[in-house]
Ligand binder design. Structure first.
Ligand code: ZN
Length: 495
């Protein structure tokens, strides 16, 4: 189960063993084929909203009991309908004795080795999914009329592909609207996404990433919303981005912290002229100093968001600036390097995620690679949902000297160029001089190194950085000595 606070709840009431065994299909026994839910309908949204609302202020015992019921139902489903889990969950103990910690850890490589076997439907093959992902005109549209498909960054060597059904999307939307937007913002007469608000997301748009795919899905589902929600590419030169944002005049802005810092410099210099109500940051670590600097630059509240391609809305920031895990719908286990649970207050080596909302591709104890710390004290906001801190990626912003002055490059933009245009995932880009970069590439992708340099050069040229030297290092990407973490974009010269 999820790590809880200093006052751990009593263990939830387990379902009676008879109920578990009665409903638990035998492995390999014939079960009714699963009929996926609709991609989007009003009844789904109403059901999810009611559930999320009623779950928000439950006490810790009730949250744990709700989560455990969902977990048992998910395990039954996965064993009955998903080939990957039929193999992995063959020998489950009885429900009364079942502990999440006893189940096998699922890694990205397990999932990607046989993607169709991880799905509860048998009519989706890998070629169909790959063709869908290759077509960027389809971003935000459903695959096979029923599913959202998102790719994740390949920061651990291989990009992940995650399929979500309509019921799961409705839960993510309800968590985002009712908890992240509804509860933790200053009260205003109108609710979330009202006409006075204009939402801008600055992100990687050139792929089926969770962020842009969600924006496009909502724009299609609610055409009236479309002019109030817009996404802007992080890959374009900064002057172009600044001009577009000035023209759009957003009141809410979502961006990676390193991108937001870059925009804050433009705002401080007077070139960017935004009047924001809130700035939302996610995807990378947001340290307190950065948060304060961003709040000062934009004169607004800066809020951290924690989501992933595996579960869109993992945690929400309350009025006391604590990230509360949506633990009735997603279980997080912080574990050490040996896979053992870490106590509250101690940063985990990695985190195992169990998605209780999604049936089409059950993720059970899936290693998401993030380090989290469960906060020991209960939160003053009154929520019994456990609070965490996330130690996300902390890559550097590079600053190169161009013909017309310094040009800053965010890790998100550089990683997107190398992943999407050069198909490189296992890499490390190091700035070693004012006009000098070194690229390290893992052994399996070594053959793509020189093509990647060409892609990078073309990108730098578009940013007025022609002539920057790029060397390929014979060494593979190097992990941090202290943390063992791999930083993919590193500035190794003095600022
Ligand atoms: Zn709180």
């Amino acid at each position: 189960m999820i790590k809880t606070t200093a006052r751990p709840p009593r263990p939830p009431q387990a379902l009676a063993p008879s109920a578990w065994s009665r409903e638990q299909p035998d492995v390999g026994a014939a079960v009714e084929p699963w009929r996926p839910p609709a991609y989007f309908n009003a009844a789904q949204w109403a059901r999810a909203a009611g559930d999320v609302w009623s779950g928000t202020w439950l006490n810790a015992e009730a949250i744990a009991a709700r989560a455990r019921q969902r977990l048992l139902a998910l395990l039954r489903f996965a064993r009955g309908h998903v080939p990957l889990h039929q193999r992995r969950l063959r020998d489950l103990p009885a429900a009364s004795a079942l502990r999440l910690a006893d189940l096998p850890v699922l890694r990205k490589a397990d999932l990607m080795a046989d993607l169709p076997a991880s799905l509860a439907v048998s009519d989706l093959d890998r070629a169909t999914i790959d063709a869908f992902l290759a077509d960027h005109a389809l971003i935000g549209t459903p695959l096979a009329g029923r599913f959202a498909v998102w790719t994740s960054s390949g920061s651990t060597g291989v990009p992940g592909i995650f399929v979500h059904d309509g019921d799961a999307l409705a839960v993510y939307d309800a968590l985002e609207l009712l908890r992240f937007r509804g509860l933790s913002v200053a009260p205003r007469p109108a609710g979330p996404f009202m006409a006075s608000e204009r939402y801008a997301m600055v992100a990687a748009l050139e792929g089926h990433f969770a962020g842009i795919a969600t924006v496009e899905r909502l724009r299609r589902a609610f055409p009236l919303l479309a002019s109030y929600v817009r996404a802007f590419s992080v890959l374009q030169p900064m002057p172009d981005l600044v001009e577009q944002l000035n023209r759009y005049r957003p009141t809410l802005l979502a961006a990676y912290p390193t991108v937001a810092e870059h925009l804050a410099e433009e705002q401080a210099a007077g070139r960017l002229r935004l009047s924001l109500e809130e700035l939302w940051c996610g995807g990378e670590s947001l340290c307190a100093a950065t948060r304060e600097a961003l709040a000062a630059a934009f004169h607004c509240r800066v809020r951290e968001a924690y989501g992933a391609s595996e579960f869109l809305s993992i945690a929400w920031l309350c009025r006391h600036d604590r990230l509360h895990v949506n633990a009735d719908w997603v279980l997080l286990e912080g574990v050490d390097a040996r896979g053992q649970p870490v106590p509250p207050g101690v940063p985990s080596h990695t985190t195992l995620l169990t998605n209780l909302a999604n049936r089409v591709q059950p993720l059970i104890r899936y290693d998401i690679g993030d380090s989290i710390t469960v906060l020991p004290a209960p939160c003053a906001c009154g929520s019994a949902l456990p609070a965490i801190e996330v130690q996300g990626r902390c890559d550097d912003v590079l600053s190169l000297s161009g013909r017309a002055g310094r040009v800053k490059l965010t890790p998100l933009a550089l990683a997107t160029v190398l992943e999407d245009d050069a198909h490189l995932n296992d890499f490390q880009l190091v700035q070693t001089g004012e006009r000098r970069l070194t690229l390290r590439v893992g052994a399996a992708e070594r053959a793509r190194a020189s093509a990647a340099c060409a892609v990078l050069r073309a990108y730098l040229q578009r940013l007025d950085l022609a002539g920057v030297r790029i060397d390929v290092d014979a060494a593979p990407p190097q992990r941090e000595a202290a943390s063992g973490k791999l930083r993919r974009v590193v500035r190794a010269v003095a600022a």
